[in-house]
Design a protein around this ligand. Structure first.
Ligand code: BDR
Ligand code: CA
Length: 312
């Protein structure tokens, strides 16, 4: 199985991404989960990560505390989407597992140090703070990273937290810039992909009807965050962002995109955190990211239902 580490700020859609991976032990070995501040402060995101593991019957997956504040600026949160806890909606079981005492950044560094070259895949579902710090503190570990697969950014869809920026990049543009300039292989699931996988009511009903507690809790969680998005976008369903990362790891052929240059805006107040993605290759700047644009929507949801159904 491919060895992965999640860096995440759960988040209802983060929950979907993590559950999908925990349901796929043949393909994915989740070495650990590092919680980062993003949708809500760290005290909530780390707790939510442990609740998700408990729900899936996987209290054995270690959860670590990552960064409390972005590298470059003060934390911006999104309670207006995810609720006060970041995971409002379901009544999740209290986690039996404790938060690991080791800081998340040390877990990342030690795990990579002990790994073979190209052995570890980092999956980021939130701001890139921890990965920015990792690459700054231990740049010699870059060869250990097989790939960073991230939900981040946008090009034709532009922004969701500001007119120009996607939330995960906007929260910590400094960290995102470090990651995009690092030379590590990067695959990006931007809003252009996630705004195609819409959680319309029949799909939500299907999730709730899977018959297991994980499907029910996930449906309750996504019902909560969906309300905000449906009102905001005026669409029939809400975009499902973070599980595209897990779906890509399981079935890359569901996605299509281009290897292009992506630069991050870190200075302009107006376009802070914008992912300037050279989709048409007009700059001549070297490609640094595989930017996805196409997704097989039915294939994606089929995979989501199939995996969530495997859980308790
Ligand atoms: C991203 O922002 C968060 O609110 C979601 O969990 C997702 O990771 C979408 O812009
Ligand atoms: Ca997230």
């Amino acid at each position: 199985a491919r060895k992965i580490i999640f860096d995440t700020d759960p988040g209802q859609d983060d929950m979907a991404a993590i559950l999908m991976a925990l349901a796929s032990p043949q393909e994915l070995e989740v070495l650990g989960i590092v919680a980062v501040a993003g949708n809500v402060p760290l005290a909530h995101t780390e707790r939510n990560a442990r609740k998700i593991c408990e729900l899936a019957g996987r209290g054995d997956v270690p959860v670590f505390a990552g960064s409390e504040q972005p590298m470059g600026r003060k934390l911006v949160t999104a309670e207006h989407v995810h609720g006060k806890t970041g995971l409002d909606g379901p009544d999740l079981p209290e986690p039996k597992a404790k938060l690991q005492a080791k800081p998340g950044i040390d877990f990342l560094i030690e795990t990579l140090r002990a790994a073979k070259d190209g052995e570890i895949t980092l999956c980021t579902l939130g701001p890139l703070t921890d990965i920015g710090l990792l690459l700054t503190r231990a740049p010699e570990l870059k060869p250990k990273i097989r790939e960073i697969v991230m939900m981040a950014g946008a090009y034709f869809e532009v922004g969701n937290i500001t007119p120009a920026a996607e939330f995960n990049v906007y929260v910590d543009p400094t960290a995102a810039e470090i990651v995009f300039k690092s030379g590590v292989p990067i695959t990006v699931m931007p809003l252009d992909v996630t705004h195609q996988v819409l959680l319309i009511q029949p799909r939500l009903d299907r999730l709730a009807a899977l018959g297991n507690r994980s499907g029910k809790a996930l449906a309750e969680a996504l019902t909560f965050s969906r309300t905000f998005d449906v009102n905001k976008y005026g669409t029939e369903g809400a975009p499902l962002h973070d599980p595209t990362v897990t779906a890509y790891l399981l079935r890359p052929e569901l996605f299509g995109g281009r290897h292009i240059n992506v630069e991050i805006e870190t200075k302009s107040a107006l376009t802070m955190g914008m992912t300037v993605a050279d989709y048409w290759r007009v700059t001549g700047r070297p490609a640094n990211a595989r930017y996805m644009r196409e997704v097989d929507v039915e294939g994606f949801f089929g995979l989501l239902f199939e995996r969530i159904a495997r859980l308790p």
